[in-house]
Design a protein around this ligand. Structure first.
Ligand code: HEM
Length: 210
C-alpha cells in the first residue's frame, strides 16, 4: 500500500514545478517564453535563432502595483546576474544587481547593458512592463544560463513594497514577498525575428530611469 503516497507525492511535485510558456506582448508583438506569477509578476526571455557564441537576449519583466520585480539569469539569488526594475510614475527604473549574500544586492560593474525597447516598455491601468535588450549579458562563468543550453531555470523575486528611493536605480530594496525558480525552454525562446526586435532598442542605459 505504498503506491498511493508515492503517486500523490509525484503529482504534488508536478504541480509545484513552475514552467514558462509562450507569451506575445500586445504592444511590441515580441514573443517570449514567459513565467507568470499569480500576483501579476511576469518574466519573459527571447533569444536569437543561433545560440552559438550569443551573449544577448531580450527580457520583458513587469508586474502590478508599485512594488519591484526581479530576476536571476542563473536561477539562484547569490552569485548570479540579477535584473531589478520597478515603476516610478510613468517611467521604469531598472538596474543590474549581484551579490554573494542574502540582503539588498548592490549594482555590479561589468560589460552588460540594458537597451530599452520603447514599444515594449509602458505602464497601463493594471500593469507595468519593461522590455530591453540585455546586451553582453549571457556569461560562461555560471552567473547566467549558458548560450548553448536548451533548457534552464531562471529565478524570480517580487515585492509589493516600493523601494525606499524610487527615483534612484541603485536604491536598496526590502526582501521579496515571493521568490522561486521556473523552468524555461530556451529552444522555444529562440526566434528568427530576434535581430529585428533587437534593432528596436534604444541607446544603452544601465542605471537610469526611462
Ligand atoms: C533585502 C533584499 C533581499 C533579501 C534579504 C533577500 C533574501 C533572500 C533569501 C533569504 C532567499 C532564500 C529563500 C528564503 O529564505 O526566502 C532568497 C531567495 C531569492 N532571492 Fe532574494 N533577497 C533580497 C533581494 C532580492 C532581489 C532584489 C532579487 C532579484 C533581483 C532576489 C532574488 C532572489 C531569488 C531569485 C531567490 C530564489 C532563488 C534562491 O533561493 O536563491 N532577491 N533571497
Amino acid at each position: 500500500m505504498k503506491l498511493a503516497p508515492l503517486l500523490f507525492g509525484g503529482i504534488t511535485a508536478l504541480v509545484r514545478a513552475q514552467t514558462a510558456a509562450p507569451y506575445t506582448d500586445v504592444k511590441s508583438g515580441i514573443t517570449f517564453q514567459a513565467y507568470q506569477h499569480t500576483t501579476g509578476y511576469f518574466l519573459g526571455v527571447a533569444l536569437p535563432e543561433n545560440p552559438t557564441g550569443n551573449t544577448d537576449l531580450i527580457v520583458t519583466i513587469g508586474g502590478k502595483g508599485t512594488g519591484w520585480s526581479g530576476a536571476s539569469l542563473a536561477g539562484p539569488m547569490k552569485n548570479a546576474l540579477l535584473v531589478l526594475a520597478w515603476p516610478n510614475n510613468n517611467t521604469i527604473v531598472s538596474s543590474f544587481r549581484k551579490t554573494n549574500q542574502y540582503g539588498s544586492p548592490p549594482v555590479p560593474t561589468g560589460a552588460f547593458m540594458q537597451l530599452p525597447i520603447a514599444n515594449g516598455t509602458y505602464t497601463n491601468t493594471t500593469h507595468w512592463t519593461y522590455t530591453f535588450v540585455c546586451s553582453k549579458c549571457i556569461q560562461s562563468d555560471g552567473t547566467t544560463f549558458a548560450a548553448n543550453e536548451n533548457t534552464t531555470v531562471l529565478g524570480y523575486a517580487l515585492s509589493s513594497a516600493a523601494p525606499s528611493q524610487k527615483g534612484n536605480a541603485a536604491s536598496s530594496v526590502s526582501k521579496h514577498s515571493s521568490q522561486g525558480q521556473a523552468a524555461f525552454d530556451l529552444v522555444k525562446a529562440r526566434s528568427k525575428d530576434f535581430a529585428m526586435w533587437k534593432n528596436w532598442a534604444a541607446a544603452p542605459k544601465v542605471e537610469n530611469a526611462f
